[in-house]
Design a protein around this ligand. Structure first.
Ligand code: SF4
Length: 965
């Protein structure tokens, strides 16, 4: 039996552990959520870590996933054990080489964090759409349901590929298993090495291309032989399942953990059985354990492990003889098919069992939650012989395929402690919780699980850390719902999110706020107050920001809150907890210098004294905070029904009918958000200001702006609205305005200001000074007042309205100021073909769109195709615009010898003469044509109608568009 090295790892780490052990080369290209595997391998290689063969793995980063797959193919062909890591469209780019690798019977294991494919929109989250697209490559497909399985089955795959000569794709759910921390048994390299049968490695190298034994790989076969050639491999695929099973047994002998090609769990005489693969199986198992024990149901589950080659014999062996109804759950969607892939395989495998009622359903696309309550709904549906092709976890009010969830059940084993921490991206909450769960995992005998949920706002977004620990194994592959402990690391979340919705009776609520002991309870919403009183919640408050500031950590409250969690929870002895936190601080921050380590250690020492247990009144107090209004009362239906729930982190409630079918939405929605995440904002000191506009120029978020304004336009300005006599613009006033509710506290403007005319000031002080009212007033003042300034000068450009504002980019982002400037120069005729990466996330995440419109309703249009094809995509846009402009010009030329209103003819003539002009005169001329066209069209003779209609259809192309890739 192997040594049991307990370690708290995530799925990527477990996969990298095995991949590194059993390969000689890794050709990689990073893509979320698989990047962790490549990063770890790279770091280990850089540190000289040895694999089981005693060598350091050669980790090569290629130019794309296509390149990585090509390099893997070449490496295997020339005789080195090679691996790669990928997901989603990255895997799609590997498909051409995967066919070749499998066709040439080259052993390899690809590690895939299964992720959604970009369809109506990209998604970095998990489902099986990518893996299912590789079904016909010839790779064996193996599903892992947990971090432990990634490690164990990774070893099985590495061994099986060598013997079977079939390449393997080992997959696990992206952003669930890949990023979930679990305490597992780490199989040491010595044990792995003992499992390897070296004769298969020798055979592999013997088959490599080598001039010492010259051979070639056939380049081309004709119709006479290609078909026969394809059929030569059948026996290898027939043999593969038994080979996989053989290694499952061998690994089990070493580890004590047994797997089969299909594993059955549940009631031995189940009548209703679900068939599924991936992390959802863990939750299904937890649910049926609960239902079978507590409610006497007879439910079962078949976990598919070896999906390709699909062994019908082994599959039939595990179906209970009592089974009457089967629901096959697929975590993918194949539009237009009669069933999803696993369903079709199961139906085919059970074709001789005509008495079985078999249906298929979809769940969990893009990491959509898949909870015990949803699983119960599936069994209910199945028990009632419900319809095929259902969905669960959403409300589909369009095609009515979704099944209802009638009952909320909580199936987490008793004694498991569930905790949820609400943090702000980059405040260190996630990092601290990762440390916490490792501390608990490594220093207690408890099972642990840590899962970290992010929004797409980058730093400054909302993070939620979901921690569970307990004596029983943790199979809950879903977010913490029924919390024993809730921590809110930012007081701005109160009134915006439902922080205490699921907290258990006698639970604990820890708040980071600057409210004192006497006022803090009245600063909660009435809902929260009621929950605390009714559920007998212990409520603690700490001013973490004050401590963090005092010790020099700025806004990073993570260490304070982590210490408070350990002191309150009592999971470890207080002294032990503090010692372990300090140890982990030294380990984590020593790279950043002694000063940072000391600041964090100081913070730990101040927590006990600052932590306050709040006395809970018996009755609701007279005062409470009103839930924050996030959108205006007259907001449109889309804003109220879609944008607002998403802003409140309740997007799961949005129905199918509320979503655009083609991924197209309106721009300018980030201004609705008013995220109010800045603890400090710049304060303008007019006396020092030289009106250089550099602050506005560098602001990544368009949260500090400058305007020129006439004295008359300021007649109703608020008393606190200070302006300066404009320099170089006689008769105008000048102002720098901070949009304090959109500011991210990055300080870039303060650092840039040459005259110390900006200082950081606490946000509440700025609000008290009237800056909210001021920016609302400033916003209503006319934009683009230029006086004699040119938009092409640095200063002048900042009097133009930015048509990119308040994006979710990280505070201080270096990309957005450039794009913002482009929108100031070209925004009203700008077309963006965006690559995939940061700029596509802050630029186009539903429904927060930072690109916006000017007063004429014109503004940038934006789209993102695939990963790095923005040049080709933009080229296509250019071709379309040029084509439309050519057609327009031809139609206008035709009209020049026709009898039409002289005014229109003159405007047409000007347009033809100044066809490439984009200045104000050309724009006014285009506007004039648009206003004259309807009347002309109404009176047009038959001979002109077609041409005029064409001009009307293409009228927006009178002004050349500016395409950016
Ligand atoms: Fe005024 Fe400073 Fe802004 Fe220049 S950078 S406009 S001096 S506040």
């Amino acid at each position: 039996m192997a040594k049991h090295n307990k370690a708290t790892l995530d799925g990527n780490n477990a996969a990298a552990h095995v991949a590194y052990a059993m390969n000689e080369v890794a050709a990689i290209y990073p893509i979320t959520p698989s990047s962790g595997m490549g990063e770890l391998s790279d770091a280990w290689a850089a540190a000289g870590k040895k694999n089981i063969f005693g060598s350091t793995v050669d980790v090569i980063e290629m130019q794309s996933e296509a390149g990585a797959a090509g390099a893997v193919h070449g490496c295997l062909t020339a005789g080195a054990l090679t691996t790669t890591f990928t997901a989603s469209q990255g895997l799609m780019l590997m498909i051409p080489n995967m066919h070749k690798i499998a066709g040439e019977m080259l052993p390899a294991v690809f590690y895939v964090t299964a992720r959604s494919l970009a369809c109506q929109s990209l998604s970095i989250f998990g489902d099986h759409s990518d893996v299912m697209s590789t079904r016909n490559t010839g790779f064996a497909l193996v599903a892992c349901n947990s971090v432990q399985e990634v490690m164990d089955l990774g070893i099985v795959c590495q061994l099986a590929t060598l013997k079977s000569q079939i390449p393997f794709l080992l997959f696990f759910d992206g952003f669930r298993t890949s990023h979930e921390l679990q305490k597992i048994d780490e199989v040491d390299y010595e044990t792995i090495a003992e499992l390897v049968d070296y004769k298969y490695i020798e055979a592999f190298r013997q088959r490599a291309l080598n001039p010492d034994r010259p051979k070639i790989k056939v380049g081309q076969q004709n119709p006479d032989v290609y078909f026969q050639g394809r059929e030569t491999v059948n026996k290898y695929y027939d043999a593969a399942p038994e080979i996989v099973l053989e290694y499952m047994r061998l690994v089990a002998e070493k580890t004590g953990r047994e797997f089969k090609l299909f594993d059955y769990v549940g009631h031995p005489e189940a009548e209703s059985v679900i068939i599924a693969m991936g992390s959802g199986c863990e939750t299904i198992e937890e649910t049926i354990t609960y239902l079978n024990e507590k409610r006497g149901t007879r439910y079962g589950l078949v976990k598919v492990r070896l999906y390709r080659p699909f062994s019908v014999r082994h599959f039939l062996d595990v179906i209970p003889y009592t089974a009457k109804r089967i629901a096959v759950l697929d975590r993918t969607k194949e539009p237009g098919s009669i069933g999803e892939p696993l369903y079709l395989d199961v139906v085919s495998a059970l074709k001789n069992s005509s008495d079985l009622y078999i249906i298929g359903g979809r769940y969990g696309l893009s990491s959509k939650e898949f909870t015990p309550s949803m699983i119960k709904a599936v069994y209910d549906h199945l028990d009632n012989r419900g319809f095929h092709g259902f969905t669960v976890g959403i409300e589909d009010d369009v095609s009515h395929l979704s099944i209802p969830i009638h009952e909320e059940i909580h199936t987490v084993p008793e004694g498991t402690i569930s905790c949820k921490f609400w943090g702000l991206g980059s405040d260190g909450t996630v990092g601290a919780n990762k440390n916490s769960i490792k501390i608990i995992g490594d220093h207690t005998d408890l099972n642990v699980q840590g899962y970290f949920q992010y929004d797409s706002k980058k730093s400054g977004g909302i993070t939620r850390s979901h921690l569970r620990f307990g004596k029983s194994p943790i199979k809950s592959q879903y977010l913490v719902k029924n919390e024993d402990f809730v921590a809110c690391h930012n007081q701005a979340f109160i009134g915006r999110f439902s922080l205490l919705d699921g907290i258990k009776e006698n639970g604990v609520f820890l708040l980071n706020s600057n409210w004192n002991r006497d006022e803090v309870f009245s600063q909660l919403t009435q809902d929260m107050q009621q929950t605390i009183i009714r559920n007998n919640i212990q409520f603690y408050n700490i001013d973490g920001l004050e401590i963090a500031n005092r010790v020099g950590l700025g806004g990073r409250v993570n260490t304070v809150m982590q210490t408070a969690f350990f002191l309150i929870s009592g999971i470890l002895d207080r002294q032990d907890a503090i010692a372990l936190i300090k140890e982990s601080i030294t380990k984590t921050y020593s790279r950043k210098g002694d000063e940072i380590v000391k600041m964090n250690l100081d913070a730990v020492d101040r927590v006990d004294e600052a932590l306050v247990k709040i006395e809970i009144p018996a009755q609701l107090p007279a005062e409470s905070m009103n839930p924050k209004k996030l959108v205006s009362d007259n907001a449109d239906a889309f804003t109220r029904n879609v944008i607002e729930p998403i802003m409140r982190e309740q997007g799961d409630q949005i129905k199918v009918s509320q979503m655009p079918r083609d991924g197209m939405i309106d721009t300018g929605t980030t201004r609705l958000e008013k995220r109010r995440v800045a603890p400090f904002a710049p304060h303008w000191i007019p006396e020092n200001c030289i009106q250089c506009n550099q602050c506005s120029f560098v602001c990544p978020h368009a949260a500090i702006r400058t305007k020129l304004m006439t004295v008359e336009s300021l007649s109703d300005a608020p008393a606190t609205f200070r302006t300066l006599k404009a320099t170089g613009a006689e008769g105008y006033q000048y102002k720098v305005q901070v949009y304090i509710d959109d500011c991210q506290s990055c300080r870039v403007c303060v650092n840039e200001c040459p005259k110390a005319a900006l200082v950081m000031s606490p946000i509440e002080e700025e609000r008290e000074k009237g800056e909210q009212v001021n920016y609302e007033y400033f916003d209503r003042l006319p934009n683009d007042v230029m006086a004699s300034f040119k938009e092409t000068s640095m200063k002048g450009s900042q009097f133009k309205q930015p048509l990119l504002e308040f994006s979710g980019a990280c505070a201080g982002c270096g990309e957005t100021p450039y794009i913002k400037l482009l929108t100031q120069l070209y925004g009203d005729r700008m077309v963006v073909a965006n690559a995939t990466g940061c700029s596509s996330i802050w630029g186009g995440t539903f429904p927060s769109i930072p690109y916006c419109k000017n007063k004429d309703g014109k503004g940038p249009v934006w789209a993102n195709s695939l990963f790095e094809d923005n040049a080709e995509y933009g080229f296509g846009m250019r071709l379309a615009i040029d084509s439309n402009r050519r057609m327009l010009r031809s139609a206008v030329e035709k009209m020049m010898d026709k009898e039409i209103a002289p005014e229109l003819k003159t405007a047409f003539g000007y347009a033809l003469e100044h066809w490439s002009d984009v200045d104000e005169t050309a724009k006014e001329n285009a506007h004039k044509i648009r206003s004259l066209l309807p009347a002309t069209l109404a009176k047009a003779k038959d001979c002109c109608i077609g041409t005029l209609r064409r001009i009307k259809e293409l009228e927006s192309y009178f002004i050349q568009k500016s395409v950016w890739s």
